[in-house]
Design a protein around this ligand. Structure first.
Ligand code: GLA
Length: 390
């Protein structure tokens, strides 16, 4: 199945129309924030490593207006769910999408932003649970809308950190900073080469003839959060045993000399992280020189390491990577995001996209009996908000 091309104006129309008819208000602000793909640098952001994601042309859109009372009323247009709360009200942890919205509002108030009562309608075309960071897009778009209503701005990195805290403190995922950062700081036709320790980043141009193609395996696993938190713990244990502040501080040759000090499971986890950080630096340099052959080889090595050492792949993702690998014009493919389901990312020459769309879902279905959904994306700008919307 082919997902429609970039449709955020459609998501925006849905949100605007529901805002007027169901919340019966006139919009004052429209904010949007993108999902992301990660080209390479997987499961290294929480190890202070380097990552190379790109924001994509799939957005969560929030239409907002102030209310006369102090409550925040939210309508999730795509699911029909609704919520109403005041920012400092207590709420159960991990209450789905509501935790992200309530968490962001609460943290803004705690940091002294006087947000007014508000009506919000939310719609989007970032597929949910597919590993394309719909949650970061939700956090960042809601924060951007509430800040615009409060007539405040925050430096980009403060906005990133606030949204990251909303995810780890209120939704219970010990995630790294990559998804929120790229949703705020992404740029058109550029990948974001980010140092997750210093939070310094550079925008690296993606050659114009390439497309970022995310193929959704259709597999959704609840396991994702608990296994994710296990991996975070294993990495911290391995760093401790190696006497390092984090695995970022262990070079691959040092690791080779010390790896026998680790129990077998931690050795494999750490080997993935140490080698993935190196691969990501090499990939950034390859992208700068437009050496797409090396870039593609590094993507393949990354997938293999995630499969064999980090154990976050599943047979469906491996099958997708294999069927894309033989398509002419595919630079490289690997799983993207946390793993255990969701998407793979392929870098594909524009002229090969039609063949990719025709052959990959067919071959994947032959092997697994499942329907793949293909999202052909371009790297896109980070979040924005428009005030005085009429
Ligand atoms: C999820 C997390 C990110 C990152 C990736 C794996 O998307 O939210 O912080 O750790 O998994 O690279």
């Amino acid at each position: 199945m082919i997902a429609p091309a970039a449709r955020w104006p459609v998501a925006q129309e849905r949100a605007l129309s529901a805002f007027r008819t169901e919340l019966q208000a006139e919009p004052a602000v429209v904010a949007r924030a993108p999902g992301r793909v990660n080209l390479i640098g997987e499961h290294v952001d929480y190890n202070d490593g380097f990552v190379l994601p790109a924001a994509i042309d799939r957005d969560v859109v929030v239409v907002a207006a102030p209310r006369m009372d102090a409550s925040i009323r939210v309508l999730a247009v795509d699911t029909g769910e609704a919520d109403s709360f005041t920012p400092l009200e207590r709420f159960p942890r991990a209450a789905g999408w509501i935790s992200y919205v309530r968490g962001v509002a609460r943290l803004l108030v705690e940091m002294g932003v006087r947000i007014p009562g508000a009506s919000l309608a939310i719609a989007g075309d970032v597929p949910i649970g597919a590993g394309l960071s719909s949650s970061a897009a939700l956090e960042v778009s809601v924060a951007s809308a509430l800040l615009a209503l409060a007539q405040r701005t925050l430096p980009q990195l403060q906005l990133v950190e606030l949204c990251h805290r909303a995810e780890s403190e209120f939704a219970g995922v010990q995630c790294g900073i990559m998804d929120q950062l790229v949703s705020v700081c992404g740029a058109a036709d550029r990948a974001v080469f980010l140092d997750c320790r210093s939070l310094e980043f550079a925008h690296l141009p993606i050659p114009a003839h390439l497309r970022l193609v995310a193929t959704d395996s259709g597999v959704r696993r609840d396991l994702r959060n608990s296994a994710y938190n296990d991996r975070v713990k294993e990495c911290h244990e391995a760093a401790l045993l190696l006497g390092a502040r984090s695995l970022r501080d262990v070079e691959p040759d040092q690791f080779a000399a010390m790896e026998s000090e680790l129990p077998e499971l931690l050795r494999r986890r750490a080997r993935h992280v140490v080698t993935e950080i190196r691969r990501t630096s090499l990939a950034a340099r390859a992208l700068e020189r437009q050496d797409m052959q090396q870039f593609g080889e590094l993507m393949q090595e990354s997938h293999e390491s995630l499969r064999a050492d980090y154990e976050v792949s599943i047979p469906e993702l491996d099958a997708l990577v294999e069927v894309t690998r033989v398509v002419d014009g595919v630079v490289g493919s690997r799983l993207s995001g946390a793993g255990f389901g969701g998407c793979i990312i392929s870098v594909v020459e524009e002229t090969a996209v039609a063949h990719f769309l025709e052959s990959v879902p067919r071959e994947y279905c032959n092997r697994t009996g499942r329907q793949a959904v293909v999202h052909v994306c371009r790297a896109s700008p980070g979040a924005s908000a428009t005030e005085n919307w009429t």
